[in-house]
Design a protein around this ligand. Sequence first.
Ligand code: C5P
Length: 211
Amino acid sequence: TQRLVIAVDGPAAAGKGTLARSLAEALGLPYLDTGLLYRATGRRMIDAGHDPATAPAEEFAATVGMEDLRRTDLRVPEVDRAASLVAAQPAVRRVLVDVQRRFAGAHGAVLDGRDIGTVIFPDAQVKLYITASARTRAERRWEQMATDLNAPDRAAQIAQVEREIAARDAADSVRATAPLRPADDAVHIETDHLDAAAVLAEALRIVALKT
Ligand code: C5P
């Protein structure tokens, strides 16, 4: 049988990771969170004292390996920003293309990111584009991070997360190289009113139709 590659793209905090992980498990495929490659690159730059907004990041991207992706300090706000900044550098993206293509190897994979269906695997059999409103995404991200779900300044905290998400989406969408956009043949899933199980069910239905 032909190897199955499933591309899961969309803006920040839309639920791509949750879906891609459960889809991979349901289908017995390897899973790669490609955002971690950009996060690990940004992390290495910060650790080395470089400004990810201005310094070339290619040499850092070139040394990122699978073991970097297990670091626990990749999902903090400064690395959110650093990842988005280094991801706009064409040389960084060039280096990371090979890592992603090799990951799917002979056995196929589920990959989530921004450009999987448009650039990394334009021939993927299944392309999903996962979206939700900026407010919904901010609420979900905040609930994952919050230490106190009843914090008195809950609304202000969520508004702050929403601003950060919107800034990152804007940067990811306007960059010249591999901007965030749905592939022409991607199937969109809008998740505002769906829980994780419903999104998975919808995705499995699409996979069955396409394979
Ligand atoms: O998905 P995640 O939020 O972890 O990605 C962090 C950043 O990495 C994104 O804001 C984006 O700039 C970049 N990225 C990318 N292409 C991908 C995955 C992530 O440019 N395929």
